[in-house]
Ligand binder design. Structure first.
Ligand SMILES: Cc1ncc(COP(=O)(O)O)c(C=O)c1O
Length: 428
């Protein structure tokens, strides 16, 4: 779909023919505050922003004098609990990729005996030949139907669709089954608890026995591209316990779930973890990217170990700061929780009215991060445009809702009205 961004405002995306569609896809879940948001326009025109755009630094070498302040008043202001440091990046895949590299360096440094221990000659020579011991024989464990990006390392942990992976060489890394919950949850409590216990047992087995030992487990709070697959807070607490027990890092990929859409700033805030994840990656609605961490031993022990020219972008960090200010000023996370509850309740009623059309409704209590399966998913998405809605799918059959944080009850009503029209006009 071609869009005309000069005529798109708030929750509505315009096309070049002048059509305006309620946008609950939001550039694949990456627009937080709507099109042409006035507060962001103001931030975009500030002298600070202009300077950041035209004097883009090689951040690893020449950060600006106020870079620490930009981080402290922006990205770090919303750092997940217990994770007070950040490494910035340029996209979700890049955030995961650099997080994985930090995990490998951390693990090898631990094995070697600490940050001060020198690399051996053998390590340095073998690294140049892509061989052990310099190129470590370690892995990142991910889940089936996960999506973590499309660069080489991140793609090896992505398992959502063959088309993303075909022809690309990949690492021999392990994958565990993500629990496949049945809905409505109340009717399948026992079965679902078993699916989660089985998945955790598989994770533990792979950590102990996989021939390329995992040094980290990466998981999405809600598997997004893979079909909006949820698991319970107990499952994630179990994952935290297993990774702790075996000295393996827990990386939570909040690229799609982060920044408010689940009714909490970070989706993992829903879990009640006794200790925080080791690393949390972010991008999309943050409009910038990177990974948060807490343990200082996750910092590379030498310069240029984790490095590239841009290493993020101060202009985008300034934008995220303006987004955070606006989200906090308007209480948009709390509002998203409230609007999400309203939307979910009305969808439940619609599902009861049209049996079979809105299956496996999921995302209760998770803000507007809601999805359902449609028996004619692709036709559903296409037809939505006819009724003025731009909406996306995920996995095999899910219709996924990814409204912006400025989505209100009145927009929910418009959306539900369109849904009803879709399922009552299949033959037209
Ligand atoms: C959970 C998750 N991780 C990583 C990525 C990759 O992000 P990007 O497309 O910005 O590289 C995505 C993108 O959809 C995602 O949903």
């Amino acid at each position: 779909m071609l869009a005309d961004y000069t005529r798109s405002f708030g929750n509505y995306i315009a096309d070049p023919d002048g059509n305006k569609l309620l946008d609950v896809y939001a550039q694949i879940a990456s627009i937080p505050l709507g099109y042409n948001n006035p507060a962001l326009m103001k931030a975009a025109q500030s002298p600070e922003m202009v300077s950041a755009i035209i004097n883009r630094p090689a951040l690893g070498n020449f950060p600006s004098h106020d870079w620490a302040n930009i981080l402290e008043t922006g990205i770090l202001k919303v750092a997940p609990k217990g994770l007070s440091q950040v490494f910035t990046a340029m996209a979700g895949s890049d955030a995961n990729e650099t997080a994985y590299k930090a995990a490998f360096m951390w693990r090898r440094q631990r094995d070697r005996g600490g940050p001060a221990v020198e690399f051996t000659e053998d390590e340095m020579q073998s690294a140049m030949n892509n061989q052990a011991p310099g190129a470590s024989q370690l892995s990142i464990l991910s889940f089936k139907t996960a999506f973590h990006g499309r660069l080489f390392g991140s793609l090896s942990t992505t398992r959502s669709k063959p088309i993303h992976k075909l022809d690309i060489p990949a690492f021999d890394w392990p994958q565990a089954t993500f629990p496949q919950l049945k809905y409505p949850l109340e009717d399948y409590a026992e079965e679902n608890a078993k699916a989660e216990a089985d998945s955790l047992a598989e994770v533990e087995d792979l950590i102990k026995n996989y021939h390329v030992p995992p040094c980290a487990v990466v998981v999405e709070p809600i598997q997004s591209e893979g079909g909006d697959n949820h698991a319970s807070p107990e499952f994630f607490r179990g994952l935290r316990a297993i990774t702790k027990k075996h000295g393996v890092l827990l990386i939570v990929d909040e690229v799609q779930t982060g920044v408010g859409a689940t009714g909490r700033f970070w989706a993992h805030d829903h879990w009640g973890l006794p200790t925080p994840p080791d690393i949390v990656t972010f991008s999309k609605k943050a409009q910038t990217a990177g990974y948060y961490f807490g343990d200082p031993s996750l910092r590379p022990n030498r310069p240029y170990r984790q490095f590239n020219t841009w290493m993020g972008d101060p202009a985008r960090a300034l934008l995220f700061r303006a987004i955070i200010d606006e989200v906090q000023r308007l209480g948009l996370v709390e509002r998203t929780a409230e609007v999400g509850d309203y939307l979910y309740g009305r969808l439940e009623a619609l599902a009861a009215k049209y049996p079979g059309e809105f299956r496996n409704l999921r995302g209760k209590g998770m803000g507007t991060f809601i999805a359902f399966d449609s028996p004619r998913r692709d036709a559903f998405l296409a037809k939505a445009k006819r009724f003025g809605v731009n909406i996306g799918g995920s996995g095999q059959s899910a219709v996924r809702l990814r409204p912006m944080l400025i989505f209100e009850k009145q927009h929910a009503d418009i959306l539900l009205n369109a849904f009803e029209k879709i399922v009552t006009t299949w033959d037209q």
